[in-house]
Write a protein that binds this ligand. Structure first.
Ligand code: SF4
Length: 258
């Protein structure tokens, strides 16, 4: 886990002071105060960056070149022997939010499209009904581009072989925020061994350059994978809290009721 931008220190300080204040109030019985929301208020809102039409087209062209010219023929790891189709990614090449899961499942392997099974339907619902966005306005991808047999967890050598594709997708799309869906995605991006229960609900930094010394970090919000939420519907509330932090960070309106 890395610290947030040093230039945001004063905002963070104010946020912590507010949080302490609300926590004190909560201890005194004012439990209705939105302590959790103050965590997101502490982070500065990211303004939408205008993107020229030519730039957007060029990004999509370059994504297609990686997909059609490299990934579809890739045999860098053993999953090339068992996959039906590679699953590169889908959505807008200029998306503000990139959702990243761990690997394709059965339905994705058959169609070549990420998040199309039951878990995909839930993710679409979270994006559209929950966040008020369109699925095609965000970008959805996985760490691995091929399905591990029987949906087992990605192996370390497979992640090492494949992650360059994801890093290049991130570099081209330049998302303002990444939502890491589940532990394998969060651990890969953040190079941590912490579990998702510990990582979620807080902002982390992903450094596309691989080092905090070069370039700006991209904020990462880890949350539960939709497949886990299908098995544990009681955790949906926590996932929604995480997504509300994402929306607050991007200055998007948060629905009052759902
Ligand atoms: S999982 Fe990635 S590295 Fe392995 S064969 Fe598929 S595209 Fe290549």
């Amino acid at each position: 886990m890395k610290a947030e931008n040093s230039g945001q220190a004063s905002n963070i300080h104010v946020g912590h002071a507010l949080k302490q204040r609300f926590e004190s109030d909560a201890l005194l019985g004012a439990s209705h105060l939105p302590i959790k929301v103050q965590d997101s208020v502490a982070m500065p809102v990211i303004a939408r960056q205008p993107i020229a039409e030519d730039d957007a087209k060029q990004r999509q062209v370059q994504l297609d070149v990686i997909d059609n010219g490299e990934v579809k023929e890739c045999a860098k790891c053993g999953l090339s022997n068992t996959r039906t189709k590679t699953v590169f990614g889908t959505g807008s090449a200029t998306a503000r939010i990139m959702f990243i899961g761990e690997a394709p499942g059965h339905d994705e392997d058959m169609t070549g499209i990420p998040f199309v099974g039951r878990a995909g339907e839930l993710l679409t619902k979270m994006v559209e009904a929950g966040m008020g966005l369109k699925r095609e306005d965000v970008y959805i991808a996985n760490v691995l581009k091929c399905r591990p047999p029987n949906n087992r967890d990605p192996a370390t050598d497979e992640i090492l072989a494949c992650k360059d594709y994801l890093w290049r997708q991130i570099d081209l799309i330049k998302p303002e925020v990444i939502v890491a869906l589940g532990a394998p995605a969060a651990k890969t991006l953040l190079e941590t061994r912490d579990g998702i229960g510990r990582l979620r609900g807080q902002w982390h930094d992903f450094f596309p350059s691989g080092t905090a010394l070069v370039g700006e970090p991209i904020p990462v919000m880890p949350t539960y994978h939709p497949a886990y939420l299908l098995r544990s519907p009681g955790e949906k509330k926590k996932a929604w809290e995480d997504l509300k932090m994402v929306m607050a960070r991007l200055g998007l309106p948060i629905p009052k009721r759902r």
